[in-house]
Design a protein around this ligand. Structure first.
Ligand code: SAT
Ligand code: MN
Length: 589
């Protein structure tokens, strides 16, 4: 009897008419075979993978993408629910039938002359009741290999899919990498994503943002759990206990660096569980537990180096899991290694830029694309937590929300309770960086860092967060941080990176009830001298400025929040409206 997976493959064969079908089993031999194929084939005029210097970077391969295909395309990303209101003002919407017809036209015969890779995969450790069964078809061997790093591909997935009535289906073709024929369409009601015309991570590895955030957040809303754009990390203190934190930050706030941090305190240690996505469930004991559905890092290369993220550099040079991929970095021809801004201080003299052209140091342009990436297994990470594969996940004691703000938001504060924490999280904003857009320093609101990833109406999403808090026995403490506050001369006041462990230590002490707080208008602030500043040369006045509440700034902040909330009309929960009016009263805004 044909299994449900067989039926799906048959249907895809009929639609896409590939010359060959390759069903992945997740084995090492298969990875080697696919790498072999990728080294011999050209797609879109480029060799798919080139081997890098294995003494420096073992098992590592280089990939160039089409210069028109280097990032997620939010404007071409749609959530296709029955009603527009379900998708909310935070999503592009298209009527499901219309969207599907459009995509089917693109997909018809799209794999003629190509191989269709069938990728059965599980998001989450396969033994976990929280894990989800998925399958993606693609005509990109680069995508197939990347999926193998980022998710659990293979036999266990096939078994789980065959025993289930419902599994996620992802249909992907790179087409001819034409930006005018590029769409990422989500059908949450059907557990389906159709993506055409791009080979880039977030557009093409459908287990990542498409499934594990947009579709999964929708499922979580139906089923009573949360799919979040968050890191997961364990913090070990000298007493030996490990507490687990989640952290949500918009891009360019150092999320990956945070989870792989080496604390400044020798007797503290951070254990890594995930750098991008967390699925959060209420466990049998009534507490919150998180799993990382992914099994790899798809990290931004520029800015990663021995001083900013030594653990990631070790991860990239580890050869446990095969292979590691580098995409759109520069190449140092003298030793065939990937190179990017921040990996070394001096620029090698014999460099090719991310498009393979000889690099001109005086061009003023970076050699690596600012969004160049590495794709590496989490099992290569030397600080991987021993709890990473625990099917129950890890119990969460604290949730950190942050953004990049030169003013207004203090270095750290604690929310009074869950509902005030949800309010703060719903107002998180971050300054746009030069790389992301021309308008430097504009504040873009990005609630819970989920604006581009929430697969349903964000007003409903806020209410869902509030409801979860009511169901949890002891909700974790919620903290807000801002590592990026500047002084009147435009200089960062906080050193950041490793020194962020000082703030995390304070959070740990708060959770353990070891330090008190002072109550301010916006939340609970560190008492004087309660953040451990040992061996750090920072003035008392600087610490005061880092924690200062500027009333004028807050008046402006409140009106920006009001403006943002207004987009969601009456969908904003009453609780959050009340928090906002309380704040207004306090600041007289
Ligand atoms: O651009 S991706 O979605 O692939 C990665 C990210 O933004 O975290
Ligand atoms: Mn992300």
């Amino acid at each position: 009897m044909a299994t449900s997976l067989d039926l799906f493959i048959q249907e895809m064969r009929g639609l896409l008419t590939p010359d060959n079908v390759y069903i992945m089993n997740g084995s090492q031999e298969e990875a080697e075979e696919l790498v072999g194929i990728a080294q011999e084939s050209k797609v879109d005029g480029r060799i798919v993978l080139k081997k890098l210097n294995s003494d420096e970077y073992p098992n590592s391969y280089y990939h160039h993408s089409n210069p028109n295909d280097v990032a997620r395309t939010e404007q071409l990303t749609f959530v296709c629910t029955t009603s527009k209101e379900q998708a909310g003002p935070n999503n592009n919407w298209m009527e499901p039938k219309e969207a599907k017809e459009k995509m089917i036209e693109f997909f018809k015969g799209a794999m003629k002359g190509r191989t269709m890779y069938v990728i059965p995969f599980v998001m989450g450790t396969p033994r976990s009741e929280y894990a989800k069964n998925c399958v993606q078809v693609t005509d990109s061997v680069y995508v197939a290999l990347s999926m193998r790093i980022m998710s659990r591909v293979g036999k266990q997935a096939i078994e789980r899919i065959d025993n289930s009535s419902n599994f996620f289906r992802g249909i992907h073709s790179i087409g001819d990498v034409n930006p005018n024929k590029r769409f990422v369409m989500h059908f949450p009601e059907e557990n389906l994503v159709m993506s055409f015309g791009s080979g880039y991570g977030g557009n093409a590895l459908l287990g990542k943002k498409c499934y594990s955030l947009r579709i999964a957040s929708y499922l979580g809303y139906q089923e009573g759990w949360l799919a979040e754009h968050m890191v997961i990390m364990g913090v070990q203190s000298p007493e030996g206990g490990i507490m687990y934190f989640l952290g949500a930050f918009p891009s360019a706030c150092g999320k990956t660096n945070l989870t792989l941090l080496e604390p400044v305190f020798k007797d503290y240690k951070i254990w890594t569980l995930g750098d991008d996505i967390a699925w959060i469930n209420i466990g049998k004991d009534g507490q919150l537990y998180a799993i990382n559905p992914e099994s790899g890092f798809f990290g931004v290369a520029p800015g990663t180096g021995l001083s900013t993220n030594p653990v990631m550099m070790k991860t990239l040079k580890n050869n446990k899991f095969y292979p590691t991929l580098f995409t759109n970095t520069a190449i140092d021809n003298s030793n065939n290694t990937p190179w990017w801004e921040g990996v070394s201080n001096d620029i090698p003299s014999n460099l090719n830029d991310w498009q393979g052209r000889e690099y001109d140091k005086n061009s003023g342009k970076p050699a690596a694309h600012p969004n160049s990436r590495f794709t590496v297994s989490i099992y290569n990470c030397p600080t991987l937590s021993s709890e990473y594969d625990n099917p129950k996940g890890v119990p969460i004691s604290g949730i950190i929300f942050g953004g990049r703000r030169k003013d207004t938001i203090p270095l750290v504060y604690e929310a009074k309770d869950w509902s005030s924490g949800v309010f703060s999280a719903s107002t998180i904003g971050s300054e746009t960086t030069a790389a992301a857009s021309g308008q430097l320093g504009n504040v873009r609101r990005d609630p819970m860092a989920m604006l581009p990833f929430c697969g349903y109406n964000m007003g409903d999403y806020f209410q869902h967060w509030l409801n979860i808090g009511k169901r949890v026995k002891t909700p974790p403490k919620i903290f807000v941080v801002n590592w990026f506050r500047k002084d009147e001369n435009g200089k960062f006041m906080w050193p950041g990176f490793k020194d962020n462990s000082r703030v995390i230590k304070w959070m740990l002490n708060r959770i353990e009830g070891k330090v008190g707080v002072r109550e301010c208008e916006i939340g609970l602030f560190p008492q004087e001298n309660s953040i451990d500043l040992i061996d750090l040369d920072i003035k008392k006045e600087t610490m005061e400025k880092l924690l200062k509440i500027d009333r004028e700034d807050w008046k402006k902040e409140i009106s920006m929040i009001e403006e943002f909330y207004a987009k969601f009309g009456n969908k904003i929960p009453v609780d959050l409206i009340n928090h906002l009016s309380d704040l207004k009263k306090k600041f007289g805004g």
